[in-house]
Design a protein around this ligand. Structure first.
Ligand code: ATP
Ligand code: MG
Length: 492
């Protein structure tokens, strides 16, 4: 066997574990993603060692370990270490996997007697390499090194069989291709299309994890477009498929699907965080739902941001995303249509936008909008207009934009009016906020206290009406005006 030249230094912590195992008589190798990355001259995210020892034998050899899973993996803990990738190094006994009768989990995990057997159960040739840190030998039974050179993803063994054992491998192929910029080999692609329905058996969490890795990679555009070609987009969400081939109005050169991909592509190039990338991908998700013919015989998409927020929520809930991400993305989708013509916009409209999306998300909303704009193929907003809009946001953020920032609160209103807690208090706050959004100078105790008394003197019906008007103005009145302007100017 030949020695393999590896340029990167293998960390001492990894070598130590390997040495302790060998000294105790247990053959061991680096395996999987870390060998692949080393050969690509990339620093591995984590280090995996495969060994002939049993989990019990491994546990005995190291001072601090944990072992609580079905796969025999022992986490060897390195204490007092800065580098996160070295804190826990996983040591796993050689394994084979026998049957997958539920297409999900191997029926039982069986120990293998050789590294050769262990490599044969791995998914792709580039992931089925083993490296001996002491002898510096590479074990490459499936031409993984050649595939690394050819930038190719190919299953170990017959692809149809491997995908029917575990269909998640389909998304793993796509994810690796996206992260590494590799092509998926032809037969492997064909087997993906043939076996795609098996993805119904895979848990949504596992699909989500691969989807997130695709979205967070450098080039999610090609991966998602490949998902379309391989007919597996619907297993991420059937909603994504609906935009394919949907033509837009004259202002757009691209179909809805192409536009969403291009928006995501910009968000990835800018290294925006996950929630902004998801918002870029989903902001127009409801255009196919809302498309109608408008007065000048061109397509309109009224309300697509409102429906879109709901559709986005449904998609992300189905994929079991955490609540925080779902909230962020739905807000960004809901408010992405804000009107930004600095010649015509008023500061009170900007304040209402900040109130609606929230101060924490307002800059993410700007980034979503930038992704949207670049995704239409139109050049960036002129720097002058963008600067002006940004300074308006900064100004609006200095003003109160939420009930919490008013100079009176519910408790004080109850004191002044002698009212008990109840809906009146909320109505009064909403009316006060509306006035302050129009004119921040009104946010003084003196003014607000006197308004509280005036409002309290109104009869219930009157107060309810004013409260409702204020609420709808705070949330959407401005939007109606804006939609009108937009219609007049044919912007979308
Ligand atoms: P990353 O760099 O993202 O960690 P990875 O290839 O190391 O990528 P892991 O999920 O950490 O991915 O898996 C480690 C190794 O285990 C893989 O390289 C592969 O050899 C094997 N493996 C993981 N998942 C599967 C699977 N579903 N089927 C077969 N082998 C798998
Ligand atoms: Mg890994």
């Amino acid at each position: 066997m030949q020695k393999e030249q590896i340029k990167l230094e293998i960390p001492q912590e990894v070598k130590n574990i390997s040495r302790v195992l060998s000294d105790a008589g247990f053959e061991n190798f680096l395996v999987g993603g870390c060998v692949r990355d080393l050969l690509l001259n990339k620093i591995p995210k984590d280090w995996d060692i495969a060994t002939r020892a049993t989990p019990e034998e491994v546990t005995k050899l190291f001072p601090k370990t944990f072992y609580e899973n079905d796969y025999g993996t022992v986490g060897v803990v390195n204490e007092n270490i800065e580098d996160g990738s070295l804190k826990v190094i996983e040591v796993t006994p050689y394994r084979t996997e026998s049957e997958y009768s539920d297409k999900r989990h191997p029926d039982k995990v069986e120990w293998a007697t050789s590294i050769q057997e262990d490599l044969a159960r791995r998914d792709f040739t580039i992931n089925a390499l083993a490296y001996n840190t002491e002898t510096e030998e590479l074990i490459d039974l499936f031409d993984g090194k050649l595939d690394l050179e050819k930038k190719t993803i190919r299953t170990v063994g017959e692809p149809g069989k491997r995908f029917s054992e575990d269909a998640l491998r389909i998304f793993r192929a796509l994810r690796l291709s996206s992260e590494l910029g590799f092509a998926i080999e032809h037969e492997t692609q064909e087997a993906i299309v043939k076996n795609k329905e098996l993805l119904n058996n895979i848990s949504r969490e596992r699909v989500r994890d691969e989807f997130v890795k695709i979205i967070m990679s450098e080039n999610p555009l090609s991966a998602l477009d490949m998902a379309r070609r391989l007919e597996i987009l619907k297993f991420i969400s059937p909603e994504l498929e609906k935009g394919i081939g949907i033509e837009q109005n004259q202002a757009h050169a691209y179909t809805v699907w192409e536009h969403l991909l291009r928006s995501l592509d910009h968000a990835a190039k800018k290294n925006f965080p996950l929630h902004v990338r998801l918002a870029a991908l989903l902001h127009d998700i409801a255009k196919p739902h809302t498309r109608a013919i408008g007065k000048n015989n061109d397509w309109t998409f009224y309300g697509h941001e409102v429906v879109g927020a709901k559709v986005a929520k449904k998609i992300l809930e189905d994929l079991k995303f955490p609540k925080q991400i779902i909230d962020q993305v739905t807000k960004l989708v809901r408010w992405h249509m804000f009107f930004s013509d600095t010649e015509k916009i008023t500061l009170s409209a900007v304040r209402r936008l900040v109130r609606n999306v929230g101060t924490e998300l307002v800059w993410d909303l700007m980034n979503t909008r930038a992704a949207d704009r670049i995704g239409t193929g139109r050049p960036k907003e002129t720097p002058y207009r963008l600067r002006k809009y940004h300074s308006m946001i900064e100004e609006a953020m200095r003003d109160p934009v939420s009930v919490k920032q008013l100079k009176v609160d519910g408790g004080e209103i109850m004191k002044i009016t002698g009212e008990k807690p109840g809906p009146q208090i909320g109505l009064i706050l909403e009316i006060l906020l509306s006035e302050v959004l129009d004119d921040p100078k009104k946010n003084t105790e003196e003014y607000l206290n006197s308004r509280v008394l005036e409002l309290h003197a109104l009869d219930q019906k009157e107060l309810t009406k004013l409260g409702k008007v204020a609420k709808s103005k705070n949330q959407s009145e401005e939007e109606k005006e804006i939609n009108k302007i937009r219609e007049d100017y044919h912007v979308s």
